[in-house]
Design a protein around this ligand. Structure first.
Ligand code: ADP
Ligand code: MG
Length: 301
């Protein structure tokens, strides 16, 4: 097969591992920087060009689109879909997962366990919003933040009010969540490929940090997950429409709650913590599904 990886940098661990695995499985693979792809959107003849060359004959595309370039990256991916190329994760599913509010709404609709979450726009509604979320401590999140940036813990109600006021004053869209204190600054990353959790790790924030993101200095170790955690992760990925997803769970007093579903989960942390060859499992998933130019949406919607 001819596989394209959409990635800004071929030297990144995840990109390198996917290239290696694709080659090992006998495929041709090329990394394209999505910001250098340009498109001709002529009726019935969609095409993609890259550095003066027309991209043709591709069987599958692996999107590794960073959060800061979601808009352009998903447009390029949609163009591949319109050309009938199989996307490992579809553009629509990636857009869903990048919006934290949309994600929790989709998951809530299907009964997935979530931290109690509120959303408001007017400062006049903060008081009642905090009442409805309940508790004393709150986590406030920018809707499009990533890597722990834009996630704030307000340890009491007064602090929550001022943080929310400040964010709303800047016209930011935010979520307010109950603080799952019992998680103890740790979360569980379940790596889902093709409807199965293929690897799981526990990430622990550094001393005094409630955010477990590895980018914020957290550390990772292999963990055994419960059947309930496993099925929650698989269902969450499925609801978002992602073949490959990093589903982050918190262990709360009322069972596993999904914090977020990542559509371009990094391979470095999970492969090093678990010793699993996740890259090969991703290539196998493509081999299984790409044969039929199997896109659900073909760039629609
Ligand atoms: P990001 O997209 O920036 O990673 P997350 O929603 O994953 O944002 O939050 C970052 C980290 O903050 C999580 O990995 C988790 O450790 C912690 N966290 C987030 N929400 C909660 C919550 N409701 N209760 C307790 N800890 C939380
Ligand atoms: Mg996160």
């Amino acid at each position: 097969m001819k596989i394209v990886i959409l990635s800004r940098n071929a030297k990144l661990y995840s990109t390198r591992r996917l290239m290696e695995a694709a080659k090992q499985h006998g495929h041709e693979v090329e990394v394209l920087d999505h910001l250098r792809c340009y498109m001709n959107i002529t009726s019935m003849k969609p095409s993609i060009h890259y550095k003066s060359r027309k991209i043709e004959g591709i069987d599958a595309v692996i999107p590794r689109i960073g959060a800061s370039v979601t808009f352009y990256g998903t447009a390029v991916l949609r163009q591949f879909e319109m050309m009938g190329v199989y996307p490992l994760n579809e553009s629509v599913a990636i857009s869903r997962s990048r919006d934290k509010l949309r994600s929790v709404q989709l998951l809530a609709r299907k009964g997935i366990g979530l931290p109690v979450t509120g959303f408001a726009r007017s400062p006049d509604d903060i008081d009642d919003l905090l009442n409805s979320v309940g508790g004393n401590a709150f986590v406030i999140k920018l809707l499009e933040g990533t890597q722990g940036i834009g996630v704030v813990l307000a340890e009491n109600r007064k602090a929550a009010e001022s943080v929310i006021e400040a964010f709303l004053g800047l016209n930011a869209n935010i979520l307010v969540q109950e603080f799952i204190k019992e998680a103890g600054g740790a979360d569980i990353r379940c790596f889902v490929v093709d409807g199965k959790v293929v690897a799981a790790m526990k990430r622990q924030g550094k001393e005094g940090e409630f955010r477990s993101n590895l980018h914020r200095g957290g550390s990772a170790e292999l963990v055994r997950i419960t059947p309930e955690e496993r099925s929650t992760a698989v269902r969450a990925a499925n609801i978002m429409g992602l073949n490959v997803a990093g589903v982050d769970l918190l262990r709360s007093n009322h069972g596993p709650v999904v914090m977020e579903v990542n559509s371009s989960p990094g391979l470095e942390g999970i492969e090093k913590a678990t010793g699993k060859d996740v890259a090969s499992l991703i290539i196998k998933c493509i081999e299984k599904h790409a044969t039929k130019a199997n896109t659900k949406t073909r760039g629609q919607g």
